[in-house]
Design a binder for this molecule. Structure first.
Ligand code: PEP
Ligand code: MN
Length: 339
C-alpha cells in the first residue's frame, strides 16, 4: 500500500503517523522524501487496513493499494486449485466439466423427479432447483419453500444426484442442513450477515456474482465465507447489468479466466440467467467451456411455456441432451488444445 502525504507535512507528523500505522496494523513502513511530498510504502499484510481511516487523516493526500484486499481466496497465498469434493464423490474444480441442471423453481414431485432423471441421463452431476425464490415482484411465485426442499431430497434419493438450491435468509440455515450445495443468489451476494453465517457451516457454497458487482467485490464476498472458516466456495458468473437490453444480463465471460487467475476457487457459468433466452443458452454454454470454466449451471424444464418462473430461458430435456453432448465434446477438445 502506498500513501502519499500532503505537501508541508512536518517531520514530527510523519513520525507520529508511521508509529500509529506500525502499531495499528503490524506493518513495516518505508519512507521516500520527494521534492515536495513524502510517500510511505507499507510492507506486510495489508488486507485488514482500513483505507477510509487512512484517507481521513489530515496529512494524507491519497492512498493506493498495490496488493489485493483478500487473502484466503487469493491465488498468491494458495497456488493450487481448490477442488470441492462431495461425500458422494462428485468433484468441482478437478479439471472435469461439472454440469448442474434443473428447473428454475421446484414445482411438483412429478416435475422435479422427471427433470432429475433426464438431466442425469444427459450427464449432469448435480440437480438444481429453487425452493425459495428471489422474485422481483412480491406477487410472483415465491417457491414451495420447505416442501420444495423435501421434493429435491426425494429426487436426490431417486437419482443419486446431489442437490443445489438457493438460501435467502439466515433464519433458514438449519432447514438447509440436508442440502448438498447451498446457493447464494446474485441478489444476496452482499448479504454479509448471510455470508458470515454460511462461513460457519462446512457446506460447499455456490456464490453467484451480484447483478452490479465488480470482480473484486465478488471475490470479497467469497472472502467473507472463507474468513468464517469455510473454504468450500464455488463462484458462479451469471451475467451483470449493463446498458444492453437485447439480453436479460450481459454474460461477462472474461471474468472466468480473470477470477481463476486471481483466486484458486472453481468458477462455473450460468448462461440461463445471463442471457434470459433459451435460444442463446447452448452457444453461451459452449463459449463458457472455451473460457475455461469448471462447470455450467443450466435451467431445464419439462414444459418451459408453463414454467412458474424463467420459462423463456429454460431448455427442454431434449435440448439439454444436445447441449450436454456438445459441451462434453468441446471440453475434450479444449483439454487437448491446452495440454
Ligand atoms: C437462480 O439460480 O434461480 C437465480 C435466481 O439466479 P440469480 O441469483 O443468478 O439471479
Ligand atoms: Mn431462474
Amino acid at each position: 500500500m502506498i500513501i502519499v502525504l500532503k505537501d508541508g507535512t512536518t517531520k514530527e507528523q510523519i513520525i507520529l503517523f508511521k508509529a500509529a500505522l506500525e502499531e495499528k496494523y503490524s506493518v513495516t513502513v518505508n519512507t521516500w522524501h520527494g521534492v515536495g511530498s513524502t510517500v510511505l510504502g507499507l510492507i506486510g499484510d495489508t488486507t485488514a487496513i482500513d483505507e477510509d481511516w487512512i484517507n481521513a487523516q489530515e496529512i494524507v493526500d491519497n492512498v493506493k493499494r498495490v496488493q489485493e484486499p483478500y487473502k484466503k481466496a487469493n491465488r498468491k497465498f494458495h497456488p493450487d486449485n481448490t477442488v470441492i469434493e462431495l461425500p458422494t464423490g462428485q468433484k468441482i474444480g478437478d479439471g472435469s466439466l461439472c454440469i448442474m441442471a434443473g428447473p428454475c423453481s421446484v414445482e411438483s414431485e412429478e416435475q422435479i423427479n422427471f427433470i432429475a432423471e433426464r438431466v442425469k441421463t444427459a450427464g449432469a452431476s448435480f440437480l438444481r432447483g429453487g425452493a425459495f425464490k428471489p422474485r422481483t415482484s412480491p406477487y410472483s411465485f415465491q417457491g414451495l419453500k420447505s416442501e420444495g426442499l423435501d421434493l429435491l431430497k426425494g429426487a436426490r434419493k431417486a437419482t443419486g444426484l446431489p442437490i443445489v438450491t438457493e438460501i435467502m435468509s439466515t433464519a433458514h440455515i438449519d432447514m438447509f442442513e440436508g442440502v448438498d450445495i447451498i446457493q447464494v443468489g446474485a441478489r444476496n451476494m452482499q448479504n454479509f450477515e448471510l455470508l458470515k453465517q454460511l462461513g460457519k457451516t462446512n457446506k460447499p457454497i455456490l456464490l453467484k456474482r451480484g447483478l452490479s458487482s465488480t470482480i473484486e467485490e465478488w471475490i470479497m464476498s467469497a472472502e467473507y465465507i472463507m474468513a468464517g472458516g469455510n473454504d468450500n466456495v464455488i463462484l458462479c458468473e451469471r451475467g451483470i447489468r449493463t446498458f444492453e437490453t437485447a439480453t436479460r444480463n450481459t454474460l461477462d465471460l472474461s471474468a472466468v479466466p480473470i477470477v481463476k487467475k486471481l483466486t484458486h476457487l472453481p468458477v462455473i457459468v450460468d448462461p440461463s440467467h445471463a442471457t434470459g433466452k433459451e435460444s442463446l443458452v447452448q452457444q453461451m454454454s459452449l463459449a463458457a467451456v472455451a473460457s475455461g470454466a469448471d462447470g455450467l449451471m443450466i435451467e431445464v424444464h419439462n414444459d418451459p411455456r408453463h414454467a412458474l418462473s424463467d420459462g423463456a430461458q429454460s431448455l427442454t430435456p431434449d435440448q439439454f441432451d444436445i447441449l450436454a453432448q456438445k459441451a462434453f465434446a468441446l471440453k475434450k477438445a479444449y483439454d487437448e488444445i491446452n495440454g
